[in-house]
Design a protein around this ligand. Structure first.
Ligand code: SI3
Length: 288
């Protein structure tokens, strides 16, 4: 399960329906061009929190059908509706996904006991392994070392997708839990996380920048920090431009220049203006 995973985008049509052909193209591009080790399906980048349960299942099915056993698959099933999360966990396990992941429950101020119960409930009666999806900037849930340790006591919880700029906590986690999988979640901090010996990374920009991400990770693992830093610099030039232009929309537009029908974003996200679409195409020309 180690390595680089693309936080997979989903192609939607203008009405917000899943565009199956476009989704399959995104998957193929990630496997054949970006050459990532796996896909993280229905995460933030997949606009998961904007779609229905039926659409989530449709996406899980299409992706598994397209991938087969070519690369590893992690299914993000986390939801504020705990029955939905449990149902999706069973659904993807039956489909043959390699692991599940679940975002920490958000919006309401859940205490740690409630968070722990959420994970244990999702895993009840499902024969799979789970990766915690921690992204405090979006969820407001900041767990400390001891709390991660308590969650890790459930042997089915095999790791964490760590999307936070807290390198002190990341180092402490790495040191305290050498056998758990730690994935870096911020693509612009991949080198710094790799130096701390993470097991892999999961990122949105890998949809278009997967090759550079792989180089950064591999070079850092081999101790070639200067070379890795050069590539992280180019990567961050690109990420800065993407973030300024509209994260998911710009990545979709860049994919379109490569013949991949990445479609539209779902409302309430807004589509790119023509000016920003031109900018995205320029970025594709420069960086892809
Ligand atoms: O679930 C997911 O789609 C992710 O893995 C998200 C991932 O951590 C990304 N975060 C968000 C909020 O999209 C990052 O890859 C992020 O887009 C990137 O580092 C740019 O800031």
């Amino acid at each position: 399960m180690k390595g680089l995973y693309t936080a997979l985008m989903c192609s939607f049509d203008e009405q917000g329906n899943v565009n199956e052909k476009g989704l399959r193209e995104i998957v193929r591009y990630n496997i054949e061009v970006s050459e990532v080790d796996g896909l993280y399906v229905n995460g933030s980048t997949g606009e998961n929190f904007l779609i229905s349960t039926e659409q989530k299942k449709q996406i899980f099915e299409i992706v598994k059908d397209e991938v087969g056993d070519q690369v590893k698959l992690i299914a993000q099933v986390g939801s504020l509706n705990i029955e939905e999360a449990s149902d999706l966990a069973k659904f993807v396990t039956d489909l043959g996904y390699d692991a599940i992941s679940a975002v920490t429950p958000f919006y309401y101020k859940f205490d740690f006991e409630e968070i722990k119960d959420y994970y244990n409930t999702i895993l009840e009666g499902v024969d799979t392994q789970l990766i915690i999806y921690s992204i405090p900037a979006l969820t407001g849930v900041n767990m400390n070392l001891e709390q991660f340790g308590e969650l890790f006591e459930n042997e089915k919880i095999i790791g964490v997708k760590f999307t936070a700029p807290d390198f002190f906590l990341l180092e402490r986690l790495r040191h305290a839990f050498p056998d758990k999988l730690i994935y870096s979640g911020f693509d612009e901090m991949l080198l710094s996380a790799s130096v701390l010996n993470v097991d892999g990374a999961i990122g949105s920009t890998f949809n278009v920048n997967g090759k550079r991400a792989k180089q950064i990770f591999t070079l850092a693992q081999g101790g070639k920090i200067d070379e890795a830093r050069e590539i992280q610099k180019v990567t961050n030039d690109l990420i800065e431009e993407i973030l300024n232009n509209g994260l998911y929309q710009t990545i979709k537009e860049m994919l379109k220049t490569q013949g991949v029908n990445a479609g539209f974003v779902r409302k309430p996200m807004k589509q790119l203006t023509e000016e920003r679409a031109i900018k995205a195409r320029e970025l594709a020309k420069k960086y892809l």
